[in-house]
Design a protein around this ligand. Structure first.
Ligand code: NAD
Length: 307
């Protein structure tokens, strides 16, 4: 790692653009084989933030050459109706990825909805089959934000094996899958959470810090070892000097002189999340195509056309 006082920015926008360029190439290759990758995005209700996220996902998909299919359902949609839609999408061979935008309205139970998605089409990586596969170190569809953080770390640090990584936060969406991915990359992993004793002291031991807490500027220089690499997942909206600003969980100004590299907020992890969603959609399409071809070959062997 670089010596201290050389803190540099990890450019999430640029690395996300690289991922999307790779995705475009993969899509072109699949299309040449007659396969058009497609992503279904399901939005229930009119939550303004969710509408923006969905619009951005659809736009990025189109830019990458992925067909996007939007399903916008009214806020009062019943759970059974949503489950029936997911079943139809599961059965549709022309849909390779299914994303249900969270949060769902309060009357819908999130877990059965996420469990209803075919694990092979679960591009958010939230189905328990994929969660279990990740913890066993199998190649499965992985949650997009931690997968994006891992890519940022690999491009920043190179080899990750043996590094001590501290993940702050233990949510199912970010903290836990992040810890599993870092373990898979042969890091020594510590997970720090709201009940940890002296979180700052644990964090000061880290070569790599991934902060996913949701508390503005909680982690300042006193939490960090000189030369650490810091990935700030937090997105916090605060009022400052009479205007609304987005800040991370890390106190960027105090951390920058001390660390070797750090992601800014915005422009760090955020762009990677959508890029990894596109990556997952193409992986899902390729995998389903391979399974389909293998199945067809097995059927042919069991019952040749002459039978
Ligand atoms: P969450 O609320 O589900 O989890 C927060 C975690 O922080 C919990 O596990 C809790 O134990 C831990 N925590 C709370 N207080 C703590 C403390 N004082 N010390 C140590 N740990 C503490 O949140 P989440 O969904 O994991 O999201 C975390 C942040 O990341 C939020 O700001 C969210 O907006 C952001 N986020 C960003 C992206 C992105 O694309 N950039 C994606 C997902 C989440």
């Amino acid at each position: 790692m670089n010596s201290p006082a050389h803190g540099r920015l990890i450019d999430g926008k640029a690395i996300a653009a690289q991922v999307l360029a790779e995705v475009r190439e993969d899509v072109a290759e699949l299309r040449a084989q007659g396969l058009q990758p497609a992503l279904a995005v399901v939005l229930v209700g009119e939550d303004p933030a969710s509408q923006v996220y969905v619009r951005n996902k659809v736009l990025r998909a189109e830019e990458a050459g992925i067909r996007s299919i939007e399903h916008r359902l009214p806020a009062q949609t019943e759970q059974a109706t949503l489950l029936a839609l997911i079943e139809r999408l599961n059965d549709d061979a022309e849909v390779h990825g299914i994303l249900v935008q969270l949060p769902l309205p309060p009357h819908i139970d999130e877990n059965p909805v996420l469990q209803a998605i075919d694990p092979a089409k679960d591009v958010d990586g939230f189905h328990s089959d994929n969660v279990g596969g990740l913890s066993q170190g199998r190649a499965v569809l992985t949650p997009c934000t931690p997968a994006g953080c891992l890519r940022l770390l690999k491009q920043t640090c190179g080899e990750l094996a043996g590094k001590h990584a501290v993940v702050i936060g233990r949510s199912n969406i970010v903290g836990k899958p992040m810890a599993a991915l870092l373990l898979q990359a042969d890091c020594t992993v510590t997970v720090v959470h709201s009940r940890s004793h002296d979180a700052a002291a644990l964090c000061r031991q880290a070569d790599i810090v991934v902060a996913a807490v949701g508390r503005p500027r909680m982690i300042d220089a006193s939490w960090l070892k000189p030369g650490a690499v810091v990935i700030d997942v937090g997105i916090n909206r605060i009022e400052e000097h009479g205007r609304t600003r987005l800040v991370g969980d890390v106190d960027f100004a105090s951390a920058l002189p001390l660390v070797s590299a750090i992601t800014p907020v915005p422009g760090g992890v955020g762009p990677m999340t959508i890029a990894m969603l596109m990556h997952n959609t193409v992986s899902a399409a390729r995998q389903q195509h391979i399974s389909h071809v293998a199945q067809a070959a097995a059927t042919e062997t069991a019952c040749p056309t002459t039978c």
